[in-house]
Design a protein around this ligand. Structure first.
Ligand SMILES: [Zn+2]
Ligand SMILES: [Zn+2]
Length: 324
């Protein structure tokens, strides 16, 4: 147990990357959500008609409408259970473990076959091409909570949560350039190019299973694609919005990242975001025994099975947090 839980001082972070002054802008109070500005004057012009990314906007809205179908189609426990398994496979392994800890930060190594399998799990969430995802997240780390951050709550809570995804400028801005190392991998480039296809194949498989087993094809698609994908959307987005707004700070990083327990629980450990900003290459984000981090446990299990090597341990936490 940590000996410094209650009076844990905010710690200096010796591994801080290049930083810029934190932005201080006055929010537009007329649009608020949870008492916070939806978007402020720094970004509101990005939401004009000609600057919106209509493919992203219509895709995300369509999936929400598909998910709402859960209130209208017959319920099936089997379909619900399949969506829970897919939540872990696509959100837990695909986004948290693969896109974030493997591709973005190289917190561990694995075989190419395993990496491609995990990337396929990731693209099933329709969060755009994986190389752009990785580059966008690297830009977030490089410019955290400054004007150059693609998604900071300093530009509005809802902006950081979802609105930035609707804009051509922010969603695509320089992101691919920040992941040039991944562009040398031909297999990854192939999956990157065809990233939207596996979701259609999955929808077809789910419809077939549901139709021939329970005569409920649409129910299986609604739960396995609609509900599951938008749940993973909002969980991913809460890491950007809630984990830069609410929670405690173990490390004194230059940004405003927070450790947020409820985001950590639904995101397989990604909510320990202040820990992560302090030590970005660490495969573990939960750094105290009670900071539940299922993705870290999965990486440890992969290591034990010989599926993961060169796992990066959290040096900073070991040196500064007394754990026993
Ligand atoms: Zn990160
Ligand atoms: Zn962050």
């Amino acid at each position: 147990m940590s000996a410094q839980l209650e009076d844990q001082p905010v710690l200096e972070n010796p591994v801080t990357s290049e930083t810029q002054p934190v932005v201080e802008v006055k929010p537009l109070r007329k649009f608020t959500l949870f008492g916070r500005a939806v978007v402020n004057e720094k970004r509101i012009d990005k939401l004009s008609f000609d600057k919106l990314d209509w493919v992203n906007l219509s895709g995300i809205c369509s999936l929400h409408i598909l998910a709402l179908g859960a209130f209208f189609v017959p319920f099936s426990w089997a379909a619900f259970s399949s969506s829970m398994v897919l939540w872990w496979l696509t959100g837990g392994l695909g986004i948290c473990l693969c896109y974030h800890r493997l591709l973005t930060h190289r917190s561990f190594q694995t075989s190419k076959a395993m990496e491609y399998f995990l990337v396929i799990m990731g693209v099933l969430n329709w969060q755009g091409p994986p190389i752009r995802w990785v580059g966008g997240h690297r830009l977030h780390h490089k410019h955290s909570d400054t004007d150059d951050d693609p998604h900071t709550p300093y530009h509005g809570f809802t902006w950081a949560h979802v609105l930035w995804c609707f804009t051509k400028d922010e969603c695509g801005r320089n992101a691919r350039d920040a992941a040039k190392d991944l562009q040398r991998d031909k297999g990854l480039m192939f999956l990157d190019r065809w990233h939207s296809v596996p979701q259609f194949i999955l929808a077809g498989i789910l419809f077939a299973i549901g139709h021939f087993w329970q005569d409920m094809g649409l129910t299986w698609v609604v739960w396995g694609v609609g509900v599951r994908t938008i749940f993973v959307y909002h969980v991913t987005w809460f890491v950007n919005s809630a984990s830069h707004t609410w929670g405690y700070r173990t490390f004194k990083t230059e940004d405003d990242s927070r450790n947020n327990w409820w985001v950590a629980l639904v995101s397989f450990g990604e909510g320990w975001h202040n820990n992560h900003h302090a030590e970005q290459r660490s495969a573990a984000h939960g750094m105290r025994w009670w900071e539940v981090d299922m993705t870290w446990w999965t990486i440890l299990a992969m290591e034990a099975l010989g599926l993961a090597t060169d796992v990066v341990r959290p040096k900073l936490a070991r040196e500064t947090i007394v754990v026993r």
